[in-house]
Design a protein around this ligand. Structure first.
Ligand code: NAG
Ligand code: NAG
Ligand code: NAG
Ligand code: NAG
Length: 959
């Protein structure tokens, strides 16, 4: 009895404590100026969240409002059917950094010029609302802006030149409005968009922009990746200055009235993957796209180009997936080699003057899905097989005279009714307003449409493409602490703007509906581009639907009542209250401290292990660093410590507090890996421990950064040494040791790592040399662990580096260890010749085979050998080395040796050359000293710069 009484009192005290903690916060928080601004917003809007009551937005955690101390720093309220106007009182929120009101169509009226007073604003995101009127030029005062997304509204007037003053701007999306006027450029007096040298995204499509594309808009200091000007009213020539912006990856100028000929230096844009020039009035010769080796998707349809023969680049653009050129006056027969481009999916060449016989050959791309040659002059078709893709030859001579073959009929449009399938469960029957999730639970999903403005692919029947998108979406939501159970994608279609559109449904975890915070969080991940789609999807935007199921409509339970408040109200006394206040402060602080500590110890806390998608990274021996730590170890990422860079960002040398030297690979904004790829890389790296494999010391996944911390490898890449860039001379003995080290590292990955790993990107840029010139295999970004079940091979999208790529893998997409053996064989030839695998169009494997004569001394290869070693090598060891290399690059994987056989053979060759394969390379190091340029340190400063190729180096990833 007494005990239960005591318990009761304790409970009452506890409740009071909780209640008073909240009260305390109320009393202490929210700056009065911020509060009055929020109050004004609340008064001008309908449908604000029900938590917007009382006088303390920060203390009472109003949904969609984020605070630091007493100041409001973010407002994120998407998809909640908010309506009304944006009050200019918002300017009072002087600490506001993020404003996201996306997907509220009912928000109308102008964007108030007072917004220019919010000097701290970094993200201004108003996607898919109903705003109208001009974009105020005061926006140019927002010097901290990084994201400016005003797309899909009704803005009118011109693009304010003052946007050019936003020197930190990364993302500029003004698409799908009613903007008119010309694109502003600076002229000494007024600013312009040419000043935006940090901006990666110009998305201006679907407006009414007029006049010429100013040639001053582009120059070599720009870092633009995506230039989207489609569906405007632009006229005049394509300025040749466009060819100066070498960073461009996506160029859409289609659906304008551009005229004149395409500037020849467009060819210089070798990173472009998607090029749309269709539906203009372009004249002159067909553009020469030779050299755009990464080009996936090209659409030049419906222009007025001069008649021309089929251009040579039809058969040389190795990455091509989609060739769309309707009505471009191409004549002559189609080369058979076009169809063997291994990623080719779609060829649409309607309304041209293609003649002769259509021959597809036997080694055509296995991704082919449509060849549409309607209305040409084709008079014959040689078939080698029953092709599974669609061929349309309607309106060609071959189809005249009532032919009945399938290719002479216009096919019924096929619809790709893809939809995320249930995950090993049977969908449950649901109430009409609920939907069964992929995990077979009935719920109220958040829905909307996701638009990809320039995907690299055109075959929407490939379900694995969408599965990877779905997986990445789930991972992103979960790693942002959002209560998401599963994600469903359905109904991929290409719309009239040539965008790929997919329906998205996001399902809640726990309850069967989302709360207000959940919706605003999900909306923000999509509106703020926090979500990065997998490679190949390109730039996207999302338009969310209103969410209205903030309670389970089935039971109607929306608010839980608290009994604590009632009990609390019954107890009084100021002394008790004061005591509780103090206790409250203490409890609050402890909780905060505990949260901070927990976050620090587990940077992947948000990676929910209980889901089927990825789970928490499994790390062995690698530690997690905070951003602050790495900042300190690299001396604030100082230029002095910058030892290399690549497409992904920079590499800094650092010194840990224990004195260990490390290389910190820091991904830059915009080139972050997908979380999944990042996780794959750290998991794999942390699991491998071998002296010929670069060791991972740790990683950082903090404050939006992705960094990998490796052991520092002093002498950079093998490539740099072979090319002479590093100043290290590699004689024959050293090369043999390097070959052996690399082979042992690779053998370890294949045979001893758990699970076994296929590297997928063996090349001289990925072999690093330590201070004793020991070889270390690096860069696992493309690697594939092999599960138990698929021992043997993995079917995957082909990735790797041209020149090292196993042709069998390339044709079949079946990845095996033997693909690494192939790359290793190419590497051996590189060691012999010091030539790049593909140099001036010549392929090293072919060159060696052509040059060699087995009946002669040294196989008569003296001409092709690296002169540095030609004199110093024994003929017999050279011959065996060449035999081994050519054995590794056998056409068929089964004929290639395993890595352990390769290791044995290199050991034999070394013994032949009088070297002991099992001693450390001390002698090598000593002989090196003689050649170094003075100074006590044999590895002069020069070796630091040998990282210029990146660490681990950047790589080419054909898609
Ligand atoms: C590019 O940048 C360099 C160095 O900052 C500067 O000297 C040059 O004038 C710039 N060029 C243009 C066209 O802005
Ligand atoms: C760009 O192309 C032009 C001609 O097409 C050529 O003369 C020029 O050297 C190229 N510039 C660069 C930087 O590649
Ligand atoms: C196309 O450009 C390539 C170099 O990028 C050049 O070698 C070739 O001659 C050009 N072809 C024509 C027809 O101008
Ligand atoms: C195809 O067209 C080209 C150019 O118009 C012409 O020279 C050639 O003779 C034609 N070939 C056939 C087989 O009709």
């Amino acid at each position: 009895m007494v005990a239960s009484r005591a318990m009761m009192v304790f409970r009452i005290l506890f409740h009071l404590l909780v209640a008073s903690t909240q009260f305390l916060v109320i009393a202490a928080l929210t700056d009065p100026q911020d509060f009055s601004a929020i109050q004004s917003l609340r008064n001008s809007w309908e449908n604000v969240p029900p938590s917007w009551e009382g006088a303390d937005p920060c203390g009472n955690r109003w949904d969609g409002i984020g605070c630091i101390n007493s100041r409001v720093v973010s407002i994120t309220l998407s998809s909640i059917n908010l309506s009304g106007q944006l009050s200019s009182d918002i300017q009072e929120l002087s600490e506001l950094q993020t404003l996201d009101l996306s997907y509220n169509k009912g928000l109308t009226g102008p964007l108030p010029p007072a917004i220019g007073n919010m000097k701290k604003l970094s993200n201004l995101i108003l996607v898919g609302c109903g705003f109208s009127g001009p974009i105020p030029s005061s926006i140019g005062y927002l010097r901290e802006l990084v994201f400016l997304s005003l797309n899909s509204n009704g803005f009118t007037g011109g693009i304010p030149p003052s946007i050019g003053l936003l020197s930190k701007l990364y993302w500029l999306d003004l698409a799908d409005n009613k903007l008119t006027g010309t694109i502003p450029v600076s002229n000494g007096k007024t600013p312009g968009l040419d000043m935006l040298v940090k901006t990666k995204h110009f998305h201006f499509g679907k407006n009414k922009l007029l006049g010429e594309i100013p040639s001053l808009l582009f120059h070599s200091n720009m870092t633009l990746k995506h230039l989207l000007l489609e569906s405007n009213l632009l006229t005049g020539n394509i300025p040749s200055t466009l060819g100066l912006v070498h960073t461009l990856e996506v160029v859409r100028l289609d659906k304008n009235s551009l005229s004149g000929s395409v500037p020849p230096n467009l060819n210089n844009l070798t990173s472009v993957q998607e090029l749309f020039l269709a539906n203009n009035k372009l004249t002159g010769p067909l553009p020469n796209l030779t050299g755009m080796n990464l080009l996936n998707y090209v659409d030049l349809s419906n222009n007025s180009f001069a008649a021309s023969d089929v251009p040579p680049w039809f058969s040389t653009l190795q990455s091509l997936t989609s060739l769309i050129m309707e009505d471009t006056k191409i004549q002559g027969p189609l080369p058979i080699s076009l169809f063997s481009l291994f990623q080719l999916q779609t060829v649409v060449l309607r309304n041209n003057m293609i003649n002769g016989t259509l021959t597809i050959g036997s080694s055509y791309s296995n991704q082919l899905h449509l060849i549409d040659l309607r209305n040409n002059f084709i008079d014959d078709f040689t078939r080698r097989a029953n092709y599974s893709f669609q061929i349309i030859l309607v309106d060609n001579p071959i189809c005249f005279e009532g032919r009945t073959e399938a290719y002479c009929n216009i096919p019924q449009p096929t619809n790709n009714s893809y939809s995320t399938p249930p995950e090993n469960c049977t969908p449950s029957p649901c109430r009409p307003d609920q939907i069964s999730s992929p995990t077979c639970k009935c719920a109220y999903p958040y829905t909307g449409s996701i638009f990809f403005r320039a995907p690299s692919f055109s075959n929407f029947g490939n379900t694995s493409t969408f599965a990877s998108l779905q997986e990445e979406l789930i991972l992103t939501f979960q790693s942002n602490n959002l209560p998401v159970d599963s994600v469903s994608l359905s109904n991929p279609t290409k719309n009239l703007d040539d965008y790929l559109v997919l329906n998205l449904q996001v399902f809640p975890s726990g309850l069967n509906y989302f709360n207000w915070t959940g919706i605003s969080g999900i909306g923000f991940v999509l509106s703020n581009q926090t979500f990065k789609p997998p490679d190949g999807f390109g730039p996207f935007f999302f338009i969310g639907d209103n969410y209205k199921y903030f309670a389970d409509l089935a039971t109607g339970s929306s608010k839980s009542s608290s009994s604590g408040i009632i009990i609390g109200a019954a107890v009084g006394g100021s002394v008790l209250f004061l005591l509780l206040l103090i206790a409250g402060i203490y409890a609050f602080r402890q909780k905060r401290r505990a949260e901070v500590a927990a976050k620090k110890n587990d940077p992947f806390a948000s990676w929910d292990p209980n889901t089927n998608s990825g789970g928490v990274p499994q790390l062995k021996g690698a530690r997690s660093f905070s951003f602050e730590e790495l900042k300190k170890y690299t001396n604030n990422f100082s230029e002095v410590n910058d030892v290399g860079s690549g497409g992904y960002g920079k590499v800094y040398r650092g010194t840990l507090s224990n004195g260990q030297q490390v290389a910190v690979k820091r991904a830059q904004q915009g080139s972050m890996q997908g979380r999944l790829e990042f996780k794959t890389e750290i998991e794999l790296l942390s699991r491998v421990h071998h002296k010929n494999v670069v060791g991972l010391v740790g990683f950082c996944f903090d404050q939006g950064e992705q960094m990998l911390v490796y052991e520092f490898i002093a002498n950079g890449t093998l490539k740099d040494s072979l090319s002479g860039r590093s100043g290290i001379r590699l004689d024959w003995m050293r090369r043999l040791r390097i070959a052996l080290g690399a082979a042992r590292g690779l053998q370890y990955l294949h045979d001893l790592a758990d699970p076994p790993i296929i590297h997928r990107d063996i090349k001289s840029n990925n072999i690093l040399l330590d201070e004793r010139l020991n070889a270390k295999v690096a860069d696992f970004g493309l690697s594939k662990p092999m599960g138990e079940t698929d021992r043997g091979h993995v079917t995957t999208q082909v990735k790797g580096t041209m020149g090292y790529l196993d042709p069998e893998y390339y044709m079949t997409q079946q990845l095996t260890e033997k693909s690494d053996v192939y790359g290793f064989g190419v590497l051996l030839l590189e060691l012999l010749t010091a030539r790049s695998p593909i140099e001036k169009g010549k392929y090293i494997v072919r060159e060696v085979k052509l040059a060699m004569d087995k009946t002669k001394e040294m196989y008569k290869l003296q001409q092709i050998l690296d002169p540095v070693i030609a004199s110093s090598m024994a003929a017999r060891s050279l011959e065996k080395f060449v035999d081994l290399a050519l054995n590794c690059v056998e056409e068929s994987g089964v004929n290639r040796p395993t890595m352990s056989e390769v290791v044995k053979e290199i050991e034999n060759i070394m013994e032949l050359a009088g070297l002991n394969p099992n001693t450390e390379s001390a002698s090598t190091s000593a002989s090196y000293e003689g050649e170094s340029k003075g100074s006590g340190n044999p590895y002069t400063n020069e070796s630091l710069f040998s990282y210029s190729g990146g660490y681990p180096p950047s790589r080419l990833e054909p898609k």
